[in-house]
Write a protein that binds this ligand. Structure first.
Ligand SMILES: NC(=O)c1ccc[n+]([C@@H]2O[C@H](COP(=O)([O-])OP(=O)(O)OC[C@H]3O[C@@H](n4cnc5c(N)ncnc54)[C@H](OP(=O)(O)O)[C@@H]3O)[C@@H](O)[C@H]2O)c1
Length: 285
């Protein structure tokens, strides 16, 4: 399959990201400390670690009701967020994103609690060093980095838990706040091959090299989904019913390399520590 991207592989994308850190880049906008989200229901997946954790603390400081969707560190991670943010409006919900049944159970629990989302941050991501099977026989990276997001969003949109009249015609519009969905993706998607839709639901085993490629590939799939979702949620007057956003955080020193082979992990940890941003230094989402 031909490669159409800007980068040959995620290593090249990462080096470009490091170079970008030294380039002065004006931000389109930056949240100020006084910008508040009081009473807004915010869901963050993978909020016990790295970027997701930093986002949870920031949103809690701004007065949001923060729901951390995680597979472990329950309730410790939530207690830490409460302590760091000074807010007690923090809750944890359990979800194993590699397991379709767990994702379904999570959606049912959110429905049972009648949770209506103002902000959904789809942040969780995984970079296994080789292929891994999910309980349903799918590729884990495909399931966590793409399909789980699709399943959750589809449920929330159809149930009106993200208010919209496109997928849930009977759902009530909520004040003037346009609900937001934010996908945490990666610029490394620019190194991926074109999407082969026939291969999306087939599992093939692979090693570290293909795993690195597939990380870019499933970010490309995620971005493509986001662009199409944004198009479908565009209301007639041109205003979005739901604001759908995709962002690359740039290089950040997190646990994303935890599954790398140990020698590579040691090397990458050094590079991450020396050159990468630290999550709390990031501007607000
Ligand atoms: N760090 C970077 O330089 C960088 C650059 C570009 C894009 N990104 C993207 O940023 C996002 C956040 O990653 P990070 O850098 O903050 O890494 P991280 O510290 O490893 O955080 C990843 C989060 O995803 C969760 N997760 C992974 N697999 C899961 C599963 N099966 N079920 C539930 N949760 C699961 C992890 O939970 P556990 O702790 O339980 O594993 C963790 O909370 C990812 O989408 C990543 O692709 C990161």
């Amino acid at each position: 399959m031909a490669t159409h991207g800007r980068f040959k592989n995620p290593v090249e994308a990462t080096l470009t990201g490091i170079k970008d850190l030294f380039r002065k880049q004006p931000l389109a906008t930056r949240l100020r400390p006084e910008d508040r989200l009081d009473g807004k229901n915010c869901l963050i997946t993978g909020a016990n670690s790295g970027l997701g954790y930093a986002i949870a603390v920031d949103l809690a400081r701004r007065g949001a009701n923060v729901y951390m969707a995680c597979r472990r560190q329950i309730p410790e991670a939530g207690e830490k967020v409460k302590k760091e943010s000074g807010s007690d409006k923090v809750w944890m919900l359990k979800v194993e994103l590699a397991d379709v049944r767990s994702v379904e159970a999570f959606c049912q629990e959110a429905k049972r609690q009648q949770l209506v989302w103002d902000v959904v941050v789809l942040n969780a991501g995984v970079t296994p060093a080789r292929s891994r099977l999910t309980p349903q026989g799918l590729d884990e990276m495909m399931m966590v980095n793409y399909l789980s997001n699709f399943i959750m969003l589809r449920r929330f949109l159809e149930e009106g838990q993200i208010p919209n009249t496109v997928f849930a015609p009977a759902s009530l519009g909520r004040s003037t706040f346009i609900p937001r969905v934010l996908f945490i993706s990666s610029d490394s998607h620019q190194g991926a091959s074109a999407i082969d839709f026939d291969l999306l639901d087939t599992y093939t085993s692979y090693g570290v090299q293909k795993a690195i490629h597939n990380y870019s590939y499933f970010k490309l799939v995620l971005n493509t989904f986001a662009v199409e979702l944004a198009r479908r949620l565009q209301a007639a007057e041109g205003k979005p019913e739901v604001s759908v956003n995709v962002m690359c955080p740039g290089p950040v020193n997190t646990n994303i390399i935890r599954d790398a082979p140990w020698a590579l992990r040691v090397l990458l940890r050094g590079i991450f520590t020396l050159f990468f941003n630290h999550p709390p230094k990031l501007p607000g989402p």
